[in-house]
Design a protein. Structure first.
Ligand SMILES: [Zn+2]
Length: 220
């Protein structure tokens, strides 16, 4: 199995499979090649699973005519040129103006910056709409942080932050509300045990149906 070797002042071996399937091994400076080969060989099943995971991941393109989900509905990209990035939604056409050449990466950055501004309002409304019960229980309103996360849709930190994945902007409010409610319920219970699910059932009886609509594989 091919891999890229990165040596550094570290004490243990570590494996990483990148989105393109490339295997990277991080190793201590003087560890023998044989030992590293054995390590990779022992982890071959794990590596193949990671590679399969990346292949199954839906890939989003950001070119003229491509479709991007926005708040639960597909919108079509129209890419034009402008000195400064500008994004505008009209009907189901999302016009993205970026400096030439309009690289996919530039288009994506412009849309994500635009999403971030929209997400502030959408996510904050969702939190405030659903917070009354938790406020009555004496909880402080958590502070919203919008993040790009690779493995989670949301999380609640002990220090009073609710972290929500920017990629939730692909979904409609029904799904966004579900993720928000899930995190708010963590104000009461830090685990996913029966009490947590009881609370979810009471606060949002149809949460299972909403959850099913959320992709298990996060978009790139
Ligand atoms: Zn949770």
């Amino acid at each position: 199995m091919d891999y890229q070797l990165v040596r550094s002042k570290r004490r243990t071996l570590a494996l990483r499979v990148a989105a393109d399937g490339q295997v990277e091994v991080r190793a201590p400076l003087r560890l023998g090649r044989r030992h590293i080969d054995d390590f990779v060989h022992e982890h071959r099943d794990w590596i193949r699973r990671q590679q399969a995971y990346w292949r199954a991941r839906p890939r989003q393109h950001w070119r003229e005519g491509d479709t991007v989900p926005h708040l639960g509905r597909p919108v079509r990209l129209r890419v034009t040129h402008a000195a400064r990035p500008r994004v505008e939604l009209e009907g189901d056409i999302l016009t993205v103006a970026v400096p030439p050449p309009a690289l996919e990466e530039t288009v994506r950055e412009a849309v994500e910056a635009w999403w971030r501004r929209q997400a502030r309002d959408q996510f904050q409304h969702s939190i405030e709409r659903q917070f009354h019960w938790f406020a009555a229980r004496g909880h402080e309103l958590p502070v919203l942080r919008i993040k790009k996360m690779r493995t989670r849709w949301g999380s609640l930190s002990q220090r009073g932050y609710i972290n929500l994945n920017l990629a939730l902007m692909r979904y409609d409010l029904e799904v966004i509300d579900y993720v928000v409610m899930h995190e708010l319920c963590h104000l009461e219970y830090a685990h996913h045990g029966p009490q947590f699910h009881d609370l979810m059932d009471r606060r949002m009886p149809d949460w299972r149906r909403r959850k099913q609509r959320l992709d298990q594989v996060l978009p790139e």
